[in-house]
Design a protein around this ligand. Structure first.
Ligand code: SF4
Length: 237
C-alpha cells in the first residue's frame, strides 16, 4: 500500500512522496523477532488482513505529524492504514475533519477516500504488538523509521504525540532527555536538533479506554489540535 491516499500534484509533492515512502520498513521487516512471530501467526489466522508494518498515512508536505503507539490488531493491522478500523480512529478522524485537517468521510476502511490536509499519521511502532504492548526494545528498533519519517517531512513544524510512549520515542528521536521533557496531556515542548525546530504537543491517547473513562474528552483532544493550528498560523522564523 502506498503511504499516500492521493496522487502527487506537482514535482515537489512527487519528491516528498518518494522521500516519505523510502522511510517505510519492508513488508517483512525482521528487526523485532517477537513481532515477526506475531505477524506470522496473524497471517496464518487472518490471511485477508493487512498483517504487515503499517505505513505513514498523509501528505509529503505535512506541517503536522501525529504519532500513535502501534497498530491495533483489528484496526490498522487489519486495514493497513493508521488508526483505521477500530475505536481509536473515531475520535482522531472526527477531530481532523472538524479542524480542516482532513476531507471526505471516515468509513473505517483504508479505501474510504479520506484525505489528510497538511498532516500525516504514523506510529512509533509499525507492527502490531501482542496485547497492544510493545517492548522497549521494539520501540527502540522501530525508531529508525520514525526518525526517517520526520526527516522526510521538510515542512514539519509540529508533532502531536498520542500517549506517553509515543512522546518518549519522539523525544529520543530528537536526541533529547526524557527528564527534561516529561509527558503531560496538553503540554508543549520545544524540539531542536540537526537544524530542525519543532513543537511537540502531548495528548492522552484517543483509545477506547481513555475516551470511555473521560480521561480524554473530545474538547480536550480538540484543544491540542487547535493549539497546533495556532502555531502554524504564525510564519516560521
Ligand atoms: S516494529 Fe518496526 S522495527 Fe520492528 S519489525 Fe516491525 S517495522 Fe520492523
Amino acid at each position: 500500500m502506498s503511504a499516500f491516499g492521493e496522487d502527487a500534484a506537482d514535482a515537489t509533492a512527487v519528491v516528498a512522496k518518494a522521500a516519505i515512502e523510502m522511510a517505510e520498513p519492508d513488508h517483512d521487516c525482521p528487526r523485532c523477532p517477537r513481532l515477526v512471530a506475531f505477524r506470522s501467526a496473524n497471517r496464518t489466522e487472518h490471511p485477508d488482513w493487512f498483517n504487515a508494518p503499517v505505513a505513514t498515512f498523509g501528505a509529503g508536505d505535512a506541517w503536522l505529524l501525529i504519532v500513535g503507539l502501534a497498530p491495533g490488531l483489528r484496526g490498522a493491522n487489519r486495514t493497513g492504514r493508521p488508526f483505521t478500523g477500530d475505536f481509536a480512529g473515531n475520535l482522531l478522524y472526527e477531530t481532523l475533519l472538524a479542524c480542516g485537517l482532513a476531507s471526505g468521510t471516515y468509513a473505517q476502511r483504508a479505501d474510504d477516500g479520506l484525505r489528510l490536509i497538511g498532516c500525516a499519521i504514523t506510529n512509533a511502532v509499525r507492527c502490531v504488538p501482542p496485547q497492544n504492548k510493545p517492548l522497549p526494545a521494539e520501540i527502540a528498533n522501530c525508531r529508525v523509521f520514525l526518525q526517517a519519517t520526520i526527516d522526510a517531512l521538510p515542512n514539519l513544524r509540529a508533532i502531536i504525540a498520542l500517549g506517553r510512549l509515543a512522546h518518549e520515542s519522539v523525544v529520543r528521536a530528537f536526541g533529547q532527555k526524557l527528564a527534561a521533557l516529561p509527558f503531560a496531556h496538553g503540554r508543549e515542548h520545544a524540539l531542536a536538533s540537526l537544524g530542525r525546530n519543532l513543537t511537540l504537543f502531548d495528548s492522552y491517547h484517543c483509545s477506547r479506554y481513555n475516551t470511555n473513562t473521560a480521561v480524554l474528552t473530545p474538547p480536550m483532544f480538540r484543544d491540542v489540535f487547535d493549539r497546533a493550528l495556532k502555531l502554524i498560523a504564525v510564519p516560521a522564523e
